[in-house]
Design a protein around this ligand. Sequence first.
Ligand SMILES: Nc1ncnc2c1ncn2[C@@H]1O[C@H](COP(=O)(O)OP(=O)(O)OP(=O)(O)O)[C@@H](O)[C@H]1O
Length: 457
Amino acid sequence: MEDTLSEDAELADLKPAGVLTYVLGYDDLLACASSAMPALGPNVQSLEIRRTSGETPPRFAEGAVLIPDRYVSGRHALIERRGVVDIVRDLGSKHGTLVSGERLAPGEERVLHDGDWLEVGHSFLCYRRIDARLALQQAACLGPTRTLSPEFARIAMELEQVAGTRQPILLLGETGTGKEVAARYVHDKSGRSGPFVAVDCGAIPEHLVESELFGHRRGAFTGATEERQGRLRSAEGGTLFLDEIGNMSESAQARLLRVVQDREVIPVGADKGVRVDVRWIAATNTDLFAKEARFRADLRERLAGYTAILPPLRRRREDLGILTSHILEKAAVSKASITRAAARILFGGPLEGNVRELERVLVRIAVLADGHPMDTPHLPVTMTGDLQDPLAGPVPATRPPPTSSGKHRCPSREQLVAVLERAGGIQRDAARLLGVHERQLARWMDVLGLPRARSGH
Ligand SMILES: Nc1ncnc2c1ncn2[C@@H]1O[C@H](COP(=O)(O)OP(=O)(O)OP(=O)(O)O)[C@@H](O)[C@H]1O
């Protein structure tokens, strides 16, 4: 432990505060009781985790974190500032304390590291080791949900500050981290009266990018039978969100650069430009600075007025409780709980795919669990590594066909309608959300008397 202590001491000046957040309770995923406890530092030297009775949400009182969880012991664990690091110790609890998935032996002390998650009873907590100034950060909102992540809250505040200016914004981050959510947030806060127009630059065939973005004159090329305004001009007075900008062809980049510089767009086939007033927000999950990205440095500089890197979900586990209850509520789930084993995999895992993947998995397992605790067999095989997972894809011929009980229990009509809505009515996408074969979904729809949706194309 000596070595770890001195290593952490070196980091102390940079990251002196320790923040413990109550994230969620396994027995009620809709409770949305997440809250950050006072930061460990010069003023708070220890936090004891204890059970409290009654219906009150988890809270800090009398120097302790009080959790209304019957699986938490009266005196469960102690987190203590020792020099510049924080140590956790189990206080002889009945059900034990786990640190990032590892159970503490009786009397064992463990130095906590940034991003560690703690399991006490049926409760999931997250520990962050951060700059003391960030620790003072209040919870903020970015998009439809609150965030308890100090980094994310800081980004939300900065985005709010730049929203009202004309500065272009570049949003970087892994897929599913909420870049479009952040872009819409900026637009909403900007006070701009025009629309928010999102363009997925990666989804437009290369030969159509220019006419799609800049518009075209009638007869500009074969097939251009009508004049077209283009997406850029349709965002007049509002915000143009260029998603997956890293996938834009070099010729489209060159033309876009001229528009950004001159604020004038020349439709394909036209010889005169048209003035445009749009707020630029670009986003990408690729590294625009890498050589192989083949992205023009001059365009990048123009678009990167304010740049934010949205942290992946594994770097903001403190938001898992808020996001989980939001996702389940949106999916019309009225009751949801999870077993410890499944929670450990779902919330303690690498969270690849970020909020989008969390949403996909939660909706799937909530529907399959059908009001019972969500358990490991409900999780996708990619998470459990269990190749026998019967829900992973088409049902092999050797396996008995799905029945209306057990793991393939038919969801309620309300749940299935919610999933179909989320999938935009496309049956194949709804089946993917549920992690079942399309044929299984069709059977359920017939049983529940739901009209067949469009097939997925
Ligand atoms: N703060 C948030 N609160 C609630 N839901 C969120 C939040 N952030 C993201 N989501 C949800 O996660 C999903 C992915 O978000 P979004 O499309 O903004 O990610 P992205 O980073 O733009 O992804 P990509 O790079 O793949 O385009 C969406 O369904 C969105 O509603």
